[in-house]
Design a protein. Sequence first.
Length: 249
Amino acid sequence: MLIREIVVGIEPVSVNVVSNDEAWVVNEVSDSVSIVSVATGMITDTLACKDEPADVVFAGGKAFVSCSRSNLICSLSIATHAEIGTIPLQGLNPRSLAVSNDGTKICAAFALSGNRTTLLPPDPSRLQPTIPGLPPPSRVSLIVTAEDSLLNPKPNMPGNDVAEMNVATAIVMRHFKPTGTVNFCVTPRPGSDELWVANTEARNLVRFEPVLKGHAVDNRVTRVQTGGTVTVTPLDLNPGIDFARVGAC
């Protein structure tokens, strides 16, 4: 049953609660956070943010807001709403945030992480059709890995997928990779030191549709074991699909 509707900023994309009465709503287009009293249905404060805020979590008496276009995390006091500082990140579009089970760390997933690939200028000699008799390929750029021998100098592409930060010191402790090309959501598994990341993995090194057969990306969830030796295990969400038969459908 709908109890009430509360008007906040433009394009609210995330909400998290501090208490039974106080909720923080992240407004992506307004570049703001609306603090809402649930009991009264009113906004009690509006906080300005850096470009395109996407998510908010709470730990150690602080609120952490991911500012995706600015590639940083903004920390604010839950009590006073004053900005405490910012955490610059090495990655594109940090969006989804998560707090570790012990409350000492936060993690940010990069929505536009990429998969350590880049582009070479158009050169038809590098692209040959897989079926004889087809016309020459269009003059388009070629996707290659960052380690490709044709790249000189090699680009600096760290390929960070998830950043882990210390709540007390606001310092990036480490990164986890590779979890996926586009990382949508990150969350800890209760009672463990595992992180789970919902993502898609682009198959952009597989060229020409007769080879791809409509299989352009893999839809996955990736398990990251963060304690001891870090292990990253992607799990396919469509294990029952026989992609070898897709082209015949």
